[in-house]
Design a protein around this ligand. Structure first.
Ligand code: SF4
Length: 142
């Protein structure tokens, strides 16, 4: 198959978010239905359960709201997404804004008080370092 995009699975109606829900974008799901995109959920790929404690990035580590370090899982999930992108020679990703994995312009500030700061998620950072263009669902849906 000739995939053009990696996309966040939660944007396609998969209930893989920390709260067991999805954030469906019909337009992004269509890319998957048409065979143009592959879905990933780096947090689940990294071994985290559904549902799970919400995580935020703090001082370059990923912690959950129980103060447990989940950096390893996030990095492992990000690596799996990168491997998949390389395997299929995919150069673009559309990922869920504000997520500590998938965010591309904004993330939460690490205090679990719903405060946003400029930043990117762990998977987005790794993909960009490897030359893959990452845009958010918000940009794509515009
Ligand atoms: Fe969606 Fe990404 Fe969070 Fe998975 S890690 S639920 S794909 S935003």
């Amino acid at each position: 198959n000739n995939y053009e995009y990696i996309v966040s699975a939660c944007l396609c109606g998969e209930n893989c978010r920390y709260d067991g829900k999805s954030t469906l974008s019909e337009k992004i799901k269509r890319l998957v239905d048409e065979g143009k995109a592959i879905m990933v959920c780096p947090e689940v790929d990294g071994g985290l359960p559904i549902p799970r404690h919400p995580c935020e990035i703090r001082n370059s580590k990923v912690v959950n709201n129980n103060n447990e370090d989940k950096t390893e899982e996030f990095v492992s999930g990000a690596k799996k997404v990168l491997e998949l992108a390389k395997k299929h020679n995919i150069k673009k990703a559309i990922l869920k804004e504000k997520s500590p994995s998938c965010g591309s312009s904004f993330i939460y500030d690490g205090t679990f008080s719903r405060k946003l700061i400029k930043g990117q998620g762990i998977t987005t950072e790794l993909l960009r370092k490897n030359g893959i263009e990452v845009i958010s669902d918000e940009e794509f849906n515009k």
